[in-house]
Design a protein around this ligand. Structure first.
Ligand code: 0L1
Ligand code: MG
Length: 260
């Protein structure tokens, strides 16, 4: 049975409240509520509308860009959410006490210099990209204990968007081989996770192109000036106050971040 508009508003209000107060809630599907992917994005849109009352949207993020992750959460495609100015860490450490069990992952960020009209190809993304930047994403789930039963729950929760740190090196995409771009994530000097661009649907720009086409379903498109995070290139790791994280790409640059 499909959800009524007031039920979707109610879930969105609860998720927004949890995003603001950092008091996690039960997953939507916990009580066997059926949630379609379309309904999940409708709830997400209501959450994002509330977030935008206080802050500007700066772009998009992708998640579940590997088939293994999609299978784990029962969906056959990547997922996406929206990122806002208030999510950006501007040189400050990870504010652990103001977050719900943050997890850290490395991402490749595309800064778009042009609008991209669908249908979108990987080549369109590359030619519309002004610069690529290293990004560290800190995801948090508004569902208790990271208990995420389905991809639809994550979508409704704006794909766990919480904080991100953008690196200082802005590279021309034509100077990089993003398929073979490698990254290491170390904690207090010990490597904990690694990844390579090819893990993101064969090429990080491919997930961005997928998003460009998917947004057309919502009468939206990728726009000049946006930052698009192409999906986790490394496995997400738990963070602990006091720990220091180094995310080091082969050519894209590096970011150091301490958890407070
Ligand atoms: O950024 C992301 O990859 C969001 C997905 C979070 C879900 C998960 O990793 O379990
Ligand atoms: Mg991510």
């Amino acid at each position: 049975m499909s959800l009524s508009d007031s039920e979707k508003t109610d879930y969105a209000d609860r998720l927004y409240e949890a995003y603001e107060t950092k008091e996690p809630i039960e997953p939507i599907t916990e009580d066997d509520t059926e949630l379609t992917t379309e309904e999940a994005y409708e709830i997400q849109a209501k959450v994002v509308e509330r977030i935008r009352e206080d802050t500007e949207s700066i772009g998009h993020k992708l998640g579940l860009v590997s088939e293994a992750k999609q299978e784990q959460l029962g969906i056959q495609e990547p997922i996406f959410g929206y990122i806002s100015e208030e999510n950006v860490l501007d040189g400050e450490p990870i504010p652990s006490s103001e977050m719900i069990n943050p997890r850290l992952e490395a991402e490749v960020g595309f800064i778009l210099g042009k609008d991209i009209e669908p249908p979108v190809t990987t080549a369109d993304v590359l030619s519309a990209t002004d610069a690529v930047v290293p990004v560290v994403e800190l995801i948090e789930s508004r569902f208790k204990g990271w208990s995420i039963p389905t991809a639809q729950d994550v979508i409704a929760d704006n794909t766990s968007t919480a904080k991100l740190a953008i690196g200082e090196t802005f590279r021309d995409v034509r100077d990089l081989d993003l398929v073979h771009e490698g990254v290491t994530v170390s904690v207090n000097g010990e490597i904990e996770a690694t990844g390579v661009g090819a893990d993101i649907m064969g090429h990080p720009a491919r997930s961005v192109a997928w998003l460009g086409n998917r947004l057309a379903d919502l009468d939206e498109q990728l726009e000049a000036g946006e930052l698009v995070m192409s999906g986790g290139i490394s496995a997400a790791i738990d963070t602990e106050p006091g720990d220091v994280y180094h995310v080091t790409f082969g050519n894209l640059g590096s970011i150091e971040l301490r958890a407070e």
